[in-house]
Design a protein around this ligand. Sequence first.
Ligand code: NDP
Ligand code: HSE
Length: 437
Amino acid sequence: MIEYRSLRVGLLGCGSVGSQVARLLLEHGEELAQRIGARIELVGIAVRDVTASRDAELPTELFTTDARDLILRSDIVIELMGGIEPARSLVLAAIASGADVVTGNKALLAQHGPELFAAAEQVGAQLSYEAAVGGAIPIIRPLRESLAGDRVERILGVVNGTTNYILDRMDTTGASLGDALAAATALGYAEADPTADIGGYDAAQKAAILASIAFHTSVPVDAVYREGITEVTSAQIESAKRAGYVVKLLAICERLTDPVTGQEGVSARVYPALVARGHPLAAVHGANNAVFVEAAAAGPLMFYGAGAGGVQTASAVLGDLVAIARRHVIGGPGTAESIRAELPMFPIGRIRTRYSISFDVADEPGVLATVAQFFAQHRVSVEQLQQTVSEETGRATLVIGTHEAEESALADTTAALAASSVVTSSVSVLRIEGAVS
Ligand code: NDP
Ligand code: HSE
């Protein structure tokens, strides 16, 4: 048997993901040692409550509440506590102590990424975070390394499993948003407080991380435009279906050029959008995730799989751990963060896309002409118009599809519609995304 040197690993957090990381480390120690050329020694697991039961059977002597002491005993620290504090301070302490860090903490990276990357760069430490976006799906390393020589133009991501499950259920069963959310909660996808998922906050954090890597630009989560799925109705899903679309909560990261100044910039945004049923993202069902990347030379690429789950996410964490451990064995610097372009952010009003606008009108002569006038006034070109009249209520619903238009022009159009006496309901808008450029 080969005698390997040991690398000491400290695990912060032993919940859904941490417990599986610890279990796999202990179960596959020999195999990992052969792959790495060093033995991984799990020296401790920091938690809040050392007596709490865990999802995996783990040696009780590993547990501690003293995370700082554990960090000082570790060559590599894996942070799987979640949240901002104390995770931020502990990651900084680990970096300062000379350890490398693996984390799956999207909230922390989206809010404090630049601070953490700067601290790591200063001391030559590795900070890896494959698990932070898309759970088990390899997407961070492909963007950071495999596509580093290409030019990423656009990313469309289904990066939140809970909302994808809800929208998919509404689409396939005709369920209401409330019923689909209740099903997601019963299956353990949605948290007791589902705000982070259905409000689009979780997806916005992931969009900030993806845009930062893809465009070599620091994109703070506050700069990500965000709409959740709370306003999506069964009627919109049905109407989308009739028109050949499916509704998905998309995280969109795009490289844009100002047509007047020629200045390049970046847009990062999250909203429910219509995706053509033939698009690869339309086939992402249930709680799965997928990231569709369009790069100038590589063309379209699709990354698909489990976006969450303890053991699935542990796979991504262990991949980072092995890569970092190999660097310890081989020596030399690892992959540095590449935040050099610092492109400006395009505000939402400057984005151009297509729209599907729906609202009720009185079914009377002249109404269509009035409606058409609002679109013409704001230079939004209509591509399609669908009118359905309810036999029961006599209510006429218009669904208008537009050609590409600027968000600000669209906003002016919908404001005019909403204020008009011919419109008898609220005006709802879904963007149409996924046209391959
Ligand atoms: P859990 O909530 O299941 O577990 C968190 C763990 O951290 C618990 O063991 C808890 O200890 C410990 N902890 C929390 N606060 C402290 C503290 N102040 N001091 C010491 N220990 C603390 O989280 P998950 O495993 O679900 O997620 C971990 C990270 O991975 C998060 O950043 C999450 O966003 C990310 N992630 C999770 C995915 C998933 O599918 N769950 C998917 C992708 C990423 P105790 O048990 O004693 O309370
Ligand atoms: N709440 C997240 C989701 C977990 O539903 O996708 C993974 O980040």
